[in-house]
Design a binder for this molecule. Sequence first.
Ligand code: GDP
Ligand code: IMO
Ligand code: MG
Length: 423
Amino acid sequence: MSVDLLLGLQWGDEGKGKIVDVLTSSYDVIARFQGGPNAGHTLEFDGIKHVLHTIPSGIFHPKAINLIGNGVVIDPVIFKKEIKNLEPYNLDFSKKLLISKKAHLILPTHRLLDAASEASKGKAKIGSTLKGIGPTYMDKTGRNGIRVGDILATNWEEKYQSLTQKHLDMLKGYEASVEYDLKALEDEFFLSIAELRKFELVDSEQYLFEAQKAGKKILAEGAQGSLLDIDFGTYPFVTSSTTTAAGACTGLGVAPNKIKKVFGIFKAYTTRVGSGPFPTELFDDYGETMGRVGNEFGATTGRSRRCGWIDIVALRYTIHINGVTQLMMMKGDVLSGFNKIKICTAYQTNDGKMDYLPYDIANSGIKPIYEELPGWKEDLTKMTDVSEFPENFKNYINYLEKVLETPIKIVSVGPDRKQTIYR
Ligand code: GDP
Ligand code: IMO
Ligand code: MG
């Protein structure tokens, strides 16, 4: 009768897809609880790499049910493409994939509004993935949204037309204009809606309730990262959903006292894609090497990710907010060959030394205060047991475990399923 939860502790792309895939063999249900196709979750096995945007990362396992929860926003056009990409694997979606009727739909005009909003912001733009996430969640909380369950009703097209007209009027109010061919967008959209109707559209909170009652093991899969959370992230440079632990309750209908383990994933360094403050960002060879060796390009947009040293101040904050019970450290292999590893343990700010995130991160004059540890030369990617780790890598892990006051249970040393080491 419990639900475990896995989420990213930084600005996204920590490796959630890989670890959910690895953990799925121990679960009956994998449930995405927020975000939408702004996410790009990568998993690799048998020499093949998959990127998932809306579909949970347990989809390749023979038995697990994958559920897209009510907190997710779905773009039917992207969803259809994802399904098409999975065709070669002959997955039986009627048995493996459930979609909440309460999940909200991203309409073509939500994407146009996202583009117009970003273009009008100029230099202050968020760096959105332009997937329509912000405008769709705005319609949800504004009580104008269209939900997946609505497409089963006969009057659904009226609802669609009325919301689309509203969006077209709103578009005129933006300084920047966006070019679009509404007819082409709508043709694609309605074809995709017809596809979506063929899937199992369910009352997902009821499904999960019954699954818990039957003793099924459920893993909630987060998207984005805690520093992109609408409340606790680096606002306004955030996404529009609750990416932190509470989002699993609202995004699935799971009660807080049913959540047991909270897995927090982080990279052995930090990355961020899009705009916004990033105290430990590097503009030197170290940062360039992290990006190149770590192949730090967005899985959704292909944009290069900004790179920097690990930030303990930020990690402690997200560990507290999420109630993380155990950690997973990803991509330590990328740091092999660095002569030194820096760890930001506090911030020097205009108001003195701080060991927590200030309200206005961008304007606090933050200068990271670093501790330094010696690096390691060895290639970690072929290692299969902690006993093989070089001393300096062990020291780094032990140091992080101590300052984060949380055990690091998994160390990932490469993108493949097999490159996963338990401690
Ligand atoms: P997610 O959004 O959290 O699922 O992460 P992404 O898939 O966007 O980005 C993580 C990237 O790092 C992907 O390209 C993964 O294949 C890759 N990756 C995951 N774990 C490791 C690791 O331990 N080492 C290396 N080198 N790459 C990894
Ligand atoms: P996964 O699940 C990294 C970032 C965008 C932008 C901000 C707002 O793969 O970790 P949005 O499209 O939500 O309006 O963009 O959030 N962002 C992500 N960064 N990983 C993600 O997801 C992200 N999803 C959104 O780059 O800065
Ligand atoms: Mg990603």
